[in-house]
Write a protein that binds this ligand. Structure first.
Ligand code: C5P
Length: 402
């Protein structure tokens, strides 16, 4: 899969000689599978023709704050919601100053102000302008606000000066975007994920459980962390190593899982319930090992709490995503579950002769929301997890932007 497959990137271009490099950047982004929307300032159009960028991106360039062709005259909000990532390359001194001041004086600054997507800048300007205390102050403040700075590089400048202020080459910007984290579509969000089976103790040495390996949940946690989220993984017993850079909360029973989830749920933006939680637990847990004297044993089981439904119905509910493993009428049953539990999204894995996700490296997922249904196909669990995180990020940002 191309490393930026289906990532929605707004490429902002401001006025500067380095704008000619933006054409190459668009080409490379498209090569990596990204969907690119170019937004230009008036000054940028003096350096590169919008038609060039339209031809390369396959989408009309946007340059006007009040665009009658955009839906209800709200084009800037639409673009701000749509974006997974904003890159401004080149970012001029003037644009940086306006961005720092929180101005919304043209389409690009307005989109940047309205979006909850991460913003990266590739500054390009004369070295004297770059070195001015006011520019450095603006840069420092933007960095403190979470804006990412790519460069600038140092060297010969178009004006004949030598020093810092050269825009990074498109290849260097691409390296950054496609490096481990790629586009950080969940930057700044807190995501809680449950994974694995639960063990419901019968006695000190025995438990009721199921075949969940935890692989899907761990892949989702890895993908969420790579997308920039602060991840808490609440996991039942598995043979897996917890992914690096996440908060790991090992639990055994459904009740322990619920307690661990509820601890941080007030402060959580997205909840993804991947765990195969046991529906029932033994009514009694024997204090010592049950002897095999009897020919048959009756076990009384009582219902476990539904962790996912509790989260979805909590007062400050996060964006809530469930999983469903179904053997019959998978889609119809999952649609019911989405409604009954009050979820934003449900990922259905069909359990049949051609797809048994338990323990496998592969899976076949279909995503269902109130309004749509997307078949993600059969892929490795890590590829599916990345695609799922992208879909969750789009929907989460649409709910929360502007
Ligand atoms: O109702 P069912 O078990 O099919 O729903 C599956 C979804 O609900 C999964 O996302 C699972 O993590 C979650 N679940 C839960 N607590 C339960 C049962 C299921 O969180 N007790």
């Amino acid at each position: 899969m191309a490393s930026l497959a289906e990532k929605r990137i707004v490429l902002g271009i401001t006025g500067g000689i380095a704008a000619y490099k933006s054409a190459e950047l668009v080409r490379r982004l498209i090569d990596q599978g990204a969907v690119v929307q170019v937004v230009m300032t008036e000054a940028a159009k003096a350096f590169i023709a919008p038609l060039t960028l339209q031809a390369l991106s396959g989408r009309p360039v946007r340059d006007s704050l009040l665009d009658p062709s955009a839906e209800s005259g709200m084009g800037h909000i639409e673009i701000a919601r749509w974006a997974d990532q904003i890159i401004v390359a080149p970012a001029s001194a003037d644009f940086i100053a306006r961005l720092e001041a929180g101005m919304a004086s043209d389409l690009l600054t307005t989109v940047c102000l309205a979006t909850s997507a991460p913003i990266a800048l590739a500054p390009a300007m004369n070295q004297g302008m770059w070195n001015k205390p006011v520019t450095q102050r603006n840069i420092d403040r933007l960095a403190a606000d979470g804006v990412e700075l790519l460069g600038p590089a140092s060297g010969a400048q178009a004006c004949g000066d030598v020093g810092p202020g050269r825009m990074l080459e498109p290849g260097q910007i691409m390296d950054h975007l496609t490096s481990s984290g790629g586009v950080r579509v969940l930057d700044g969000t807190k995501v809680t994920i449950t994974a694995g089976p639960t063990w419901e103790p019968l006695d000190p040495v025995r438990a009721l459980s199921n075949h969940s390996s935890g692989k899907m949940g761990y892949a989702v946690a890895t993908a969420a962390a790579a997308a920039g989220a602060t991840v808490t993984l609440v996991s039942g017993p598995t043979a897996l190593t917890p992914p690096a850079g996440i908060q790991y909360r090992p639990v055994q029973s459904a009740e322990e899982m619920l307690a661990a989830v509820e601890k941080g749920i007030e402060d959580c933006d997205v909840f993804i319930g991947v765990a195969a939680v046991a529906d029932y637990r033994p009514a009694q847990t024997a204090a010592s090992k049950i002897k095999k004297d009897a020919e048959s044993v009756m076990l009384e089981l009582i219902r476990n709490p539904d962790i996912l439904a509790r989260v979805a119905q909590s007062p400050k509910r996060p964006f809530t995503v469930g999983f469903a493993a179904e053997t019959d009428q998978a889609i119809a049953n999952a649609r019911n579950k989405l409604k009954r539990k009050g979820l934003d999204l449900i990922a259905v894995n069909q359990v049949n002769e051609t797809n048994n996700p338990f323990g496998s490296e592969e899976n076949h997922l279909v995503l269902i929301s109130k309004t749509d249904e997307i078949d993600l196909g059969r892929h490795s669990k890590s590829a599916l997890a990345e695609h799922l995180i992208l879909e969750i990020a789009h929907r989460y940002h649409e709910q929360h932007s502007a």
